[in-house]
Ligand binder design. Structure first.
Ligand code: HPA
Ligand SMILES: [Zn+2]
Length: 331
């Protein structure tokens, strides 16, 4: 096993929900500032709820906490705190998910969400040289018509986004109705990614590829159950944004020593390591690198491959990719 400090390994984070970086202290501070009554007794009661049997109970808590985000500055502060932690973890490029429908449903203006998040990126670029951008996620448990309306509401600001994505409950919520929304996103010049194969079987990953035409699969760990799917992902070099501690906490895997990440690398898949919802799942990106390094006995070459995959799998421009890949080679 490698002994190097993985925080010094230059990397990109490609699977990070900004709402999932809401730490309990910030939940309480923002609730007080914004006069919001939380459905918990106190901060310790909230902390006691961070144990999840599956995706849905986590999502219920995640959306309840999201209600404290109201103003442009709330979004700036939230994303800014994450970008500082990411910088300390060696993250040089971030492609950040946000869930606009979780905010506009509470009458928060989508421009305030976007502007606050972009303020934080501008600060991180100026302070640390961090690059990256925003991925607008559609909530797949809601009707596709609502996703379409959300996209149209920001169509005039498409240049402020990198991509669209899809998250929230997976099993029982088919991708096909969202195909026209994804087609429209491509028309607007946006990249396309989507969560699939987290809890859903390989048919969900096929649908993300064939119906939504995603360029990257978020999670995708269940793809390994289907050899033909693995062959397609390898052949087309479709990156998979894997989130080990998330998989452990949501009981997608019982034990990190059984996590498929090493098998994914051995099969030639473009797998990356990410934190998903770090405030809820026990750690930011370096904690994820550290956990899989120990559990799967990964050496420095495997860690470098994961970092390289995060850069080649990103939507950074070619010059930025070359710059970051050279930094990884020098590690
Ligand atoms: O891990 C996740 N899966 C699906 N939706 C999500 N929304 C936030 N985190 C997640
Ligand atoms: Zn996710």
């Amino acid at each position: 096993m490698s002994e190097r400090d993985t925080r010094t390994l230059p990397k990109a984070e490609l699977h990070l929900h900004v709402e999932g970086t809401l730490e309990p202290e910030m939940v309480y501070a923002l609730a007080e500032k914004n006069g919001i009554t939380l459905p918990f007794d106190d901060i310790d009661d909230l902390r006691s709820r961070y144990s999840f049997e599956s995706l849905q109970p986590f999502l219920d808590l995640y959306y309840a906490c999201t209600d404290v985000l109201v103003t442009r500055d709330d979004f700036r502060v939230l994303a800014g705190a994450y970008l500082e932690k990411a910088h300390a973890d060696g993250v040089r490029h971030v492609e950040m998910f946000f869930d606009p429908q979780a905010h506009t449903a509470r009458d928060v203006a989508i421009d305030d969400v976007l502007d606050g998040l972009l303020d934080a990126f501008a600060e991180a670029k100026a302070t640390h040289g961090t690059t990256g951008g925003l991925i607008l996620c559609f909530l797949r448990h809601l009707p596709a018509a609502e996703a379409a309306a959300t996209l149209e509401s920001v169509a005039h600001r498409a240049s402020d986004l990198l991509a669209v994505g899809m998250d929230s409950s997976e099993v029982g919520f088919p991708a096909a109705p969202f195909a026209p929304v994804y087609a429209r996103a491509r028309e607007l010049g946006l990249h396309c990614v989507g969560h699939a194969g987290e809890e859903g079987d390989p048919s969900y990953v096929w649908a993300a590829l064939d119906e939504l035409k995603v360029e990257r699969v978020d999670h995708g760990v269940r793809s390994l159950e289907d050899d033909a799917l693995v062959a397609r992902l390898v052949e087309q070099r479709i990156p998979l944004t894997v989130c080990p501690l998330s998989n452990l906490r949501l009981q997608v895997v019982d034990d990190l020593r059984e996590h498929p990440l090493r098998r994914m690398l051995d099969l030639g898949l473009v797998a990356t390591v990410n934190s998903d919802d770090p405030a809820y799942f026990g750690g930011y990106v370096d904690a994820n690198f550290d956990a899989v390094r120990t559990a799967l006995d990964l050496d420095d070459d495997a860690l470098r491959t994961l970092a390289r995959n995060s850069i080649t799998g990103s939507f950074a421009d070619d010059d930025r990719k070359a710059e970051l890949l050279a930094e990884v080679d020098a590690w």
